[in-house]
Write a protein that binds this ligand. Structure first.
Ligand code: ANZ
Ligand code: ZN
Length: 810
């Protein structure tokens, strides 16, 4: 995941990029043609705030920050393909963001509609949610924030295919599922008795059609179209509309939502099956963007409805239309709280009494359907993606407003719509783009008359939901990327980054990746996985909390009850990577990052334990020098002609190769890879084998090569030492291979149990493993055998674990 150029690389970044750099070096050494790109998610609010606060132009600020972060990356030995560098704020990039926007518009997936935004009435500007404090006031002006409807741009239909993602963490998939959420149910129509010639209908969405007979009122959201002067009865209209407009204050809205406060509209609707007269309320707990923006209130079977009914004093008698099936009743059925489970329909449900919920739901829906007052419906709990921002530092939405032709797209060949430079940054008023008069005026592409440009810019999530595709062909001047190059590379093999992006960024990326595939911008080869335009095959997420431990906690070994705030550009609670590299060295820093915690866990940073890594590096340097001095001509090693001492070292080396290779290629458990390499180092150091022995040389060379992806500088140095003057880089060495033959052991350890209790161990040659009689002989020859078995005869011997355990029953 590319970073936001805040100006400082923080430890969370260092962790993510150390992991990816390790993997790319590893794959390259294994002969892969690796694409390891880097770029900058360079549009966004902080640049604009710097402009407002310090008078620096966002472009200048961003460029300076990119340079600083690049410098840190190079000091960390992070190797990227800089020929493909992308900055999303560069016209050569955002031109294509705009192009893709127009593709979505052509496909009917980009549209404009009114949406509620946070409005600061003093500064006359739209605020992001984070800019409104807990009292509902603007962070800037302190004014009470209003909810205002403005026309905004959206993308629609983001979803599907989550279950195909085999190599994504289950937790991330669950979060996406939850975000998207699918609810299967029905819609019912309630004809409304209103004054005037048009009789409106209220349509509700319910997930419980079986409770239709329990409806005691309807509730519409404050934004519902039925709430207008023409439809509302005269004696109620003012009160209702006042209530609705009081909700424009975010503060009032939240309070009403929480207390389930509502107001009777004066309207009645008739029940689709019983024609009963049902009162209609308005309340903000009904959300306008979900379902139909109207619900049927069934207080007996829904908690929110129960509470709403109680708070607003709606009905004195609650209708229970479902009750638990007799056999499930473990205590008397209580009517003092809602019964929300499924069950059996009561007599109050007329012809459907006695049916089970599921079957009743179907039957009720069928009847309503026959009357033309109901239909099956599925709701996705996903709001469309609101992508308009009333901001400067983003890609301009390539649209034109013409008094004659309404909204007209900018022709794709006229892109990019460049951001003007002469804007005012006051943080007040409408979007800064409206202050550049020259830019604002344009000609309509359709009628050639005078027109104005769209002043909204795109959410920066749009920029970052397709950049990985651009990396396949980053300098293309004619298209977002060539189909051939993209098809050869996509999907991304492994995507590494913070889990905080698990929902939105990944969801949007999946949306655009599927869209681009559908539109033929690239194609999938038969062996592509997981297919269907999924952008990322393996997803490796980190909790990007890297925080310093309090010295006192290090002392006492306590774990914190609350974790520190996430490190980020705005919080200066972090460790500065540059000062760590300066004090501790690059490789020790990288190793420590990889060693302290598996990628998915929180990393606690304390400078004191980095010493362990430095010590290890020192040991390897010493080993390299010993091996380098004793170096002889490289000789072939044949397992069969090795002494047992040599065989042991050879086997230990190959075991390590096997484990480290697996850790770096499939499980990404860098911490175990490092501890295996440390064990090998200790093994070689304490071995009695002479350093000129080919097996010894092989062990040291393998060790140095395997360290290289994680500790590139020390490994390079060691490689020069072990391989001599004419050496080439360690990174062009092939990755060591392990031989199955080398792993074979001559002996195995066998645990001996006596009457089921583990007593001692014997080392037996492999060819008698599992042979109880032979093992008994060996065991009796040992002092421990004498102690536990004595001369007593064995009644039964049980061999288990492939001969690694024998239980003697005596
Ligand atoms: C009647 C009913 C009876 C309901 C009952 C539930 C239980 P999920 O599962 O999340 O989709 N609902 C529908 N639209 C709504 C909106 N715009 N704002 C707030 N609530 C809304 O939830 C579906 C249920 O949420 C619907 O089913 C509806 O209440 C409510 F015993 O209808 B139900
Ligand atoms: Zn026009």
């Amino acid at each position: 995941m590319f970073p936001y150029p805040s100006g400082m690389l923080h430890m969370g970044h260092v962790r993510v990029y150390t992991i990816s750099d390790t993997l790319q070096r590893f794959r390259r050494m294994n002969g892969y043609n690796v694409l390891h790109p880097m770029g900058w998610d360079a549009f966004g609010l902080p640049a604009e705030n710097a402009a407002i606060e310090r008078g620096i132009h966002p472009a200048t600020w961003t460029t300076k920050n990119i340079a600083a972060m690049k410098e840190t990356m190079s000091r960390l030995q992070l190797e990227f393909d800089w020929s493909r560098e992308i900055a999303t704020c560069d016209p050569s990039y955002y031109r294509w963001t705009q192009y893709i926007f127009l593709e979505l518009y052509k496909a009917g997936l980009a549209y404009r509609k009114e949406a509620v935004v946070n409005w600061d009435p003093v500064d006359q500007t739209v605020l992001a949610n984070e800019q409104v404090d807990h009292e509902g006031k603007s962070w800037r002006s302190g004014a009470l924030v209003e909810r205002k409807k403005l026309k905004q741009w959206f993308f629609k239909d983001l979803l599907k295919d989550i279950d195909r993602l085999d190599h994504w963490p289950e937790r991330v998939k669950q979060m996406q599922r939850h975000w998207i959420g699918k609810s299967v149910g029905a819609e019912f129509d309630f004809p409304v008795h209103a004054k005037g010639p048009n009789q409106p209908t209220l349509t509700v969405f319910t997930s419980r059609p079986d409770t239709l007979f329990g409806v005691q009122y309807l509730v519409v959201s404050p934004e519902h179209a039925i709430l207008n002067k023409e439809t509302l009865p005269a004696d109620h209209a003012d009160k209702v509309l006042d209530f609705v407009s009081s909700l424009k204050m975010k503060q009032n809205m939240e309070k009403a939502e929480e207390t389930k406060q509502g107001v009777f509209t004066g309207l009645y609707a008739s029940h689709p099956l019983t024609q009963e007269k049902i009162p209609v309320f308005v309340a903000p707990y009904v959300i306008s963007e979900y379902g139909t923006g109207a619900v049927m209130g069934v207080p007996a079977h829904d908690k929110r409805d129960w509470e709403f009914c109680r708070v607003n004093d709606i009905a004195n008698e609650i209708k229970f239309v479902v009750e638990p099936a007799l056999q499930e009743l473990d205590r008397p059925f209580s009517t003092t709280e809602p019964f929300t489970a499924q069950g059996v329909l009561t007599a109050l449900s007329g012809p459907f009494a006695g049916m089970k919920s599921k079957q009743a739901g179907k039957a009720i829906l069928k009847q309503a359907q026959q009357l033309g007052l109901g239909r099956p419906a599925t709701q996705f709990r996903l709001k469309d993606w609101l992508l308009s921002r009333q901001r400067y530092w983003g890609a301009p939405i390539p649209m034109v407003h013409c008094p004659k032709c309404d909204i007209v797209p900018v022709p794709q060949e006229e892109l990019p719509v460049l951001l003007p430079l002469d804007v005012e940054f006051s943080g007040k008023g409408a979007s800064p783009l409206t202050t550049s008069k020259e830019w604002l005026q344009c000609t309509c592409p359709k009628c050639k008359g005078p027109a104005t440009r769209e002043t909204d810019t795109m959410d920066t999530f749009v920029d970052s939901s397709w950049y990985f595709m651009r990396f396949t062909d980053a300098n293309n001047l004619d298209l977002p990327f060539s189909a051939e190059k993209a098809s050869g590379r996509l999907p991304v093999d492994i995507y590494i980054g913070g889990v905080e992006h698990a929902i939105l960024h990944l969801l949007y990326s999946r949306f655009l990746s599927k869209f681009m595939l559908e539109k033929g911008f690239y194609s999938e080869t038969p062996d592509t996985k997981p297919g269907h335009g999924e952008p990322f095959n393996v997803l490796l997420t980190q909790v990007s909390w890297v925080y310093p431990r309090h010295p006192k906690m290090i002392e006492t070994g306590e774990t914190p009850l609350i974790s520190y705030e996430k490190m980020s550009k705005s919080k200066y609670n972090g460790v500065d990577p540059v000062s760590v590299i300066e004090a501790q060295g690059v490789d020790a820093t990288r190793l420590h990052m990889l060693y302290k915690a598996p990628p998915s866990e929180v990393l606690e940073w304390d400078d004191s334990s980095i010493v362990g890594m430095q010590r290890w590096l020192g040991k390897v340097l010493k080993l390299a020098s010993t091996a380098g001095t004793a170096k002889t001509e490289a000789a072939e090693i044949s397992v069969d002609s090795l002494s047992s001492l040599e065989k042991d070292m050879y086997r230990t080396t190959h075991e390590t190769i096997k484990q480290v290779t697996e850790a770096l290629s499939t499980s990404y458990t860098f911490n175990t890879a490092i501890s295996d390499l440390i064990k090998l180092t200790n093994y070689i150091t304490s071995s009695d084998l002479a350093p000129h022995a080919p097996v010894y040389q092989h062990a040291v060379r393998s060790l140095v090569t395997m360290m290289a992806p994680m500790a590139p500088t020390v490994s390079e140095e060691c490689w020069e030492t072990v391989s001599g003057q004419d050496s080439t880089s360690v990174f062009v060495q092939p990755w060591p291979k392990w031989e199955a033959k080398a792993l074979e052991k001559d002996t195995i350890d066998c645990m001996i149990q006596v009457n089921g209790k583990t007593r001692f161990r014997v080392v037996v040659p492999v060819d008698i493993a599992g042979d109880a009689t032979e093992i008994e002989k060996q065991a009796r020859a040992m002092a421990e055998g004498q102690k536990w078995l004595g001369d007593r005869p064995i009644r039964r011997a049980i061999v288990a674990k492939g001969g690694k355990l024998v239980n003697f029953v005596i």
